[in-house]
Design a protein around this ligand. Structure first.
Ligand SMILES: CCCCC/C=C\C/C=C\C/C=C\C=C\C(=O)SCCNC(=O)CCNC(=O)[C@H](O)C(C)(C)COP(=O)(O)OP(=O)(O)OC[C@H]1O[C@@H](n2cnc3c(N)ncnc32)[C@H](O)[C@@H]1OP(=O)(O)O
Ligand SMILES: NC(=O)C1=CN([C@@H]2O[C@H](COP(=O)(O)OP(=O)(O)OC[C@H]3O[C@@H](n4cnc5c(N)ncnc54)[C@H](OP(=O)(O)O)[C@@H]3O)[C@@H](O)[C@H]2O)C=CC1
Length: 328
């Protein structure tokens, strides 16, 4: 709490009292029930599940993309990670490679640019050949009231998320079809792709578009040996997401309090799910949308869920009142 306030003061010059007036809450810790839902850290699939496989992960240099790359590499895959910052990618590639003993290649690519995507795939073909597993994970996002959003702000997010995913998917899909190669495509979206959400409107719109793209291609390209699936993660702490969606840390506590399992997700958990969905154990899974959020979505959706706060004594009283009601 104090650390966040100090950092806030350093960044903005706003003093502690003012911070507390605007952001009375503080970063949250797990709720007691989370002891029933401890996150597994181990890799779930058998060793070698991705031997002789090539996996391509956009945004693989940081956060969840890095975790998915680590798990696939541990399971034997040769990985190619792509994003804009080559230095970040290279460092991640070296670290994962030295940890797992399997090659991880770093290729610079701005997914917003179809020409750059084509060059990136050329590079990958030279390095590893075409991939067996494609994970569209790269994204951009920031919280912003929509009345403050500029056309370029809208374009910047929708270009990365929707156009970027489409450019990568079409480029790889066409080349795989030409080579008569099957593949597993996975897109990382978000729980609000389904519901929509204020304050992240470009992200919500673009992620919904990604889901429509993947469900459509699941129907169309099965005949070419391609599977398309989607993971909708709930909140998992990464610098990329939390610095842009909760920059002060003020909303974390409230967020955790609405998650029935009482804690945030972990990168290792989503990496295990992504590996399973991309593996030979899931060849009958296509067009699936897997929500992975500790129950947050249903907890926010049900209009009576606030009744969790009613105590046993209050229930006694309420039940008596209901039973005593005669007629309508
Ligand atoms: C209520 C509880 C909330 C708690 C939440 C806590 C945790 C999270 C929980 C769940 C997460 C759910 C979903 C998560 C989805 C995600 O996608 S998270 C991943 C986030 N990662 C990233 O965004 C990494 C990459 N991002 C970036 O590189 C940049 O942030 C950016 C997307 C902006 C792209 O960078 P760049 O191409 O350099 O763009 P510019 O800086 O030039 O900006 C382009 C235009 O956008 C405007 N803009 C930028 N930031 C803002 C802002 N904060 N507000 C308004 N507008 C912004 C910028 O001004 C440019 O427009 P103009 O040219 O000025 O018109
Ligand atoms: N963490 C969370 O709580 C949640 C995350 N998600 C989703 O999970 C995924 C990973 O997010 P997370 O790990 O948290 O955040 P990060 O910010 O760490 O990951 C985003 C990645 O996208 C890359 N990227 C951004 N713009 C481009 C671009 N134009 N071209 C190529 N790559 C780009 C970034 O690399 P670089 O800057 O080098 O380009 C970065 O590696 C995203 O799809 C996000 O929407 C969904 C729900 C919740």
């Amino acid at each position: 709490d104090t650390q966040v306030q100090t950092a806030w003061h350093r960044w903005t010059g706003v003093d502690r009292q003012t911070f507390q007036r605007f952001f009375p809450s503080s970063p949250g810790s797990p709720l007691p029930q989370s002891q029933f839902f401890p996150p597994a850290k181990d890799v779930m699939l058998p060793t070698g599940s991705f031997n002789n496989r090539v996996a391509f992960i956009t945004g693989g240099g940081t956060g969840l993309g890095r975790a998915m790359t680590t798990t696939l590499s541990q399971l034997g895959a040769q990985c190619v990670i792509a994003s804009r910052k080559l230095d970040v990618l290279q460092q991640t590639a070296d670290e994962i490679s030295s940890q797992t003993g399997n090659k991880v290649h770093a290729v610079q690519c701005d997914v917003r640019d179809p020409q750059a995507v084509s060059v990136c795939v050329d590079q990958m073909e030279t390095l590893t050949g075409l991939p067996d597993v494609i994970i569209n994970n790269a994204a951009g996002n920031f919280v912003c009231p929509s009345e403050r959003l500029s056309p370029n702000g809208w374009k910047s997010i929708t270009d990365i998320v929707l156009n970027g995913t489409a450019f990568i998917t079409l480029e790889l899909g066409k080349r795989l079809i030409k080579s008569q190669r099957g593949a597993s495509f996975l897109a990382i979206t978000t729980i609000y792709a389904e519901s929509g959400s204020g304050f992240v409107v470009p992200s919500a719109s673009a992620k919904a578009g990604v889901e429509a793209l993947y469900k459509s291609l699941a129907a169309e390209w099965g005949r070419y040996g391609h599977r398309f699936n989607i993971i909708q993660p709930g909140p998992i702490r990464t610098k990329g997401a939390f610095s842009r969606l909760d920059p002060t840390g003020a909303f974390e506590k409230a967020m955790i309090s609405r998650i029935p399992t009482g804690r945030l997700g972990t990168p290792e958990e989503i990496a295990n799910l992504a590996a399973y969905m991309s593996s030979d154990f899931a060849t009958w899974m296509s067009g699936a949308v897997i929500r992975f959020d500790g129950g947050e979505y249903v907890s926010m959706a049900g209009e009576f869920n606030e009744l969790r706060r009613v105590t046993p004594d209050q229930w006694k009283m309420m039940e008596a009142m209901i039973r005593n009601t005669k007629g309508s």
